[in-house]
Design a protein around this ligand. Structure first.
Ligand SMILES: NC(=O)c1ccc[n+]([C@@H]2O[C@H](COP(=O)([O-])OP(=O)(O)OC[C@H]3O[C@@H](n4cnc5c(N)ncnc54)[C@H](O)[C@@H]3O)[C@@H](O)[C@H]2O)c1
Length: 373
């Protein structure tokens, strides 16, 4: 295979981030197969045409089901609201297309399991875009943990804090309705935090979660003179225990005043500790218990050396990278997996794992009980 012909569905926030990745990947990396930006799909023809022109998609299509019938498409890039992922991914798998899918994986565990089964049956490559796994500093944290630099892990403290719902006039969009988003920040932001916890620490054994709604009514997106009920939580606080005995806290909110996209983790082990903050994503803080007692303290590692994962392809050391680069890193790995017939992580197996935790958290929110996994 010399080329991988891609169709993207969705042309707003993630549509732009993914299009940028498909555009950039061959400029900085040498994938085994070249992405061809064949078709952009969305519902609004005028916006879609402007999007396709700007980002370099050759054609447009307004019906995703018709799109999947085309035999000149090898892969589908799903960048639509969560409730559409299952229907689109299952149809894409049945049509034999490789799948690059946005998170959260799906609205329910049952949907996620059906997506995984369809992709496995079809033998297509499936990728779930938890992009933070591909930040070089996160990959360095993974390497240090795997090499034992933290020793036995005792604590995972994850937080994903945003503030865009502080404005009471923010409309009741798809992210605030149960049918389209499944839940609030627990699904949207918590899925990222849970994926990183799985990647860096391990699987959960038990979950406990409480949630809160602060503003319960908002203007309707289609008619701002009327209001409707917010159907999902505004913030969720989850605690849990991993199978390896470490304790976890995961805090997700859209009401953290002053926090725009603060995605952080802190990991404390018997020999050392690591902390990371998405808003300063090139840096990793590392504390080593092996340092002489009178010199101990968190050191600040700037993860921009050629020896760090993916970094050598970008700029000289010290020249930082940003949010969009992790999408390019996902693009290269996805393209190589499609070319070689391999797999790429995180994938639909990881999506199912995360949905098990999310559904347990939702059950705990409703019942006030701890839920075993
Ligand atoms: N990985 C990340 O960092 C990240 C960040 C934001 C959003 N997301 C995820 O990406 C997905 C999309 O989010 P977004 O913020 O880009 O949403 P958005 O609302 O900005 O865009 C959604 C797009 O889907 C299109 N769409 C909706 N229904 C459609 C249909 N029936 N057929 C074709 N197109 C349709 C819309 O026209 C729009 O172009 C969600 O699953 C979201 O959780 C991921």
């Amino acid at each position: 295979m010399q080329e991988l012909r891609i169709a993207i569905v969705g042309h707003r926030f993630m549509g732009r981030a993914h299009s940028n990745a498909w555009n950039q990947v061959c400029r900085f990396f040498d994938p085994c197969v070249k992405p061809v930006m064949q078709v952009a799909c969305g519902r609004d023809e005028k916006d879609l045409a402007a999007f396709a022109r700007r980002w370099g998609w050759a054609e447009i299509e307004t019906d995703w089901q018709r799109l999947l019938k085309r035999d000149d498409i090898d892969a589908i890039d799903i960048a639509t609201p969560t409730f559409l992922h299952a229907e689109m991914a299952i149809a894409a798998a049945e049509a034999g297309k490789h799948i690059f899918c946005e998170k959260p994986f799906a609205n329910t565990l049952a949907e996620g399991e059906a997506m995984l089964a369809a992709a496995e049956k079809a033998g297509v490559v499936h990728y779930l875009n938890h992009n933070y796994r591909r930040c070089p500093a996160v990959l360095l944290a993974k390497k240090m943990i795997d090499e034992g630099e933290l020793g036995e892990i005792y604590h995972w403290r994850g937080a994903y804090q945003q503030s865009w719902l502080l404005n009471p006039q923010h409309p009741l969009d798809w992210k605030l309705k149960k049918a389209t988003a499944a839940a609030g920040p627990l699904w949207d932001l918590g899925s990222h935090a849970i994926d990183l916890a799985h990647f860096l620490v391990g699987e959960f054994a038990e979950i406990d979660c409480r949630a809160k709604r602060f503003i319960t009514e908002r203007p309707l997106a289609e008619d701002p003179s009327r209001t409707g009920q917010v159907e999902v939580e505004c913030a969720a606080l989850m605690t849990g225990e991993f199978k390896n005995g470490a304790l976890a806290t995961i805090e997700t909110t859209r009401y953290a005043t002053g926090r725009r996209n603060r995605h952080t983790f802190e990991i404390y082990g018997s020999k050392g500790a690591i902390t990371w903050d998405m808003e300063d994503m090139n840096r990793l803080q590392f504390f080593s218990g092996a340092d002489p007692e009178d010199r101990r303290g968190f050191r600040d590692i700037l993860v921009t050396e050629r020896s760090h994962e993916y970094v050598g392809a970008w700029w000289p050391p010290g020249h930082i990278i940003g949010y969009e680069h992790a999408f390019v890193h996902a693009a290269i790995d996805f393209l190589n997996a499609c070319a070689k017939g391999g797999s790429v992580e995180p994938n639909f197996h990881d999506g199912v794992k995360s949905l098990k935790v999310l559904e347990a958290a939702a059950k705990s929110m409703e019942s006030g009980r701890r839920i075993g996994l």
